[in-house]
Design a protein around this ligand. Structure first.
Ligand SMILES: [Zn+2]
Ligand SMILES: [Zn+2]
Ligand SMILES: [Zn+2]
Length: 330
């Protein structure tokens, strides 16, 4: 996995805009996996309860690789393109499906998928894809731990119990512009058969905690690179579009004066491209509500079969709402 891809897998930090998602409240309403306050207090003298995660081998399940969506303007010579891809991914093979807006490449193995992505990036073909299932972290929320406990320490304590931790981040809510850390931590674990055991952890650094499943957002992800909906920046190989002015550059290079109104890269109206009231977003949302689940994966109408697992793989939020407070472990 290259750095871009990995960066995206860890970019969803703990910061929340309170008016966007009453995350904490929704989490409270969810069925708890554990009832730590009703449970007997920890009796062990270690900082973490002595619940050892059973050592198991990493999951050996091989998931179907995600599809790769190529823009049609990159695929004028279909036969040559197929030859080139085949040469670069062998011994893996692939099939294609031509949708209304994209040529879709369906590789048969994870190695073939990675080789195809690498080749397409090298030759600068515009495409987007999704995070492979085996690379998705297993995310849980730790509730009840003091917000000042360093994330590195939490990581170490959980690793002592046999868990493979990719990332720990404190949940920070944004209340009227003020950032407020909460006694909640997101923990991303590498795929492993012992991951369910983390729900049994009752105490970390003397804090009585509960480990819960996070609330799953149903928002359509938006790419922070090209601004399109349905994929995220780590899996995007399109040219950048500015979220503020809609032109072909990253927003960090934008020279638009503040006095000038924004221009949406998606609809051309006078708002930033991540405005949720944009007609492109509202149309997609309405379409999503009307469609059966299988069709919701490909909001732009390209729907190869058997790829349900690739839906909405990452949370996406405007750059302004992202916090860099999370510790990023690679
Ligand atoms: Zn994109
Ligand atoms: Zn700009
Ligand atoms: Zn718009």
């Amino acid at each position: 996995m290259n750095n871009n891809e990995r960066a995206d897998t860890v970019c969803s930090t703990g910061e929340f805009d309170e008016d966007e998602t009453p995350f904490v409240e929704q989490l409270k309403r969810r069925k708890k996996r554990t009832k730590p306050l009703d449970s007997p207090p920890p009796t062990k003298k270690t900082l973490v309860d002595n619940i050892q995660a059973e050592p198991t081998n990493p999951t050996s399940n091989i998931h179907k690789p995600p599809p790769i969506f190529l823009k049609y303007n990159c695929t004028s010579n279909y036969i040559q393109l197929c030859k080139d891809i085949q040469e670069n991914i062998q011994p893996a093979t692939f099939k294609t499906k031509s949708g209304p807006k994209h040529l879709i490449i369906l590789t048969d193995t994870p190695d073939g998928y990675r080789a195809a992505v690498k080749y397409l990036r090298n030759v600068k073909i515009e495409f987007h894809t999704f995070q492979p299932k085996e690379e998705k972290p297993f995310r849980v929320v730790i509730r009840g731990l003091h917000h000042t406990v360093p994330v590195e320490l939490i990581k170490t304590e959980l690793e002592k119990l046999g868990f493979k931790i990719r990332n720990v981040s404190n949940v920070i809510i944004n209340r009227h512009g003020t950032k407020i850390p909460r006694p909640l931590f997101f923990v991303d674990l590498e795929a492993n058969e012992n991951n369910q055991n983390i729900f049994e952890v009752r105490s970390i650094m003397l804090g009585i905690v509960s480990v819960e499943e996070p609330y799953k957002k149903t928002e359509i992800p938006q790419c922070q690179n090209c601004q399109q909906y349905g994929h995220t920046k780590g899996y995007c190989n399109y040219g950048p579009k500015c979220v503020k002015c809609g032109r072909d550059h990253h927003h960090s290079q934008c020279t638009k004066p503040i006095s000038e109104p924004p221009t949406c890269a998606l609809c051309g109206e006078s708002h930033p491209a991540n405005y949720r009231g944009c007609t492109v977003h509202t149309d997609l949302q309405n379409k999503k509500k009307d469609q059966p689940k299988q069709c919701q994966i490909f909001p732009f109408g390209d729907s190869p079969p058997g790829t349900l697992e690739n839906a909405c793989h990452q949370k996406s939020r405007p750059c302004s709402q992202l916090s860099s407070s999370a510790s990023k472990h690679r």
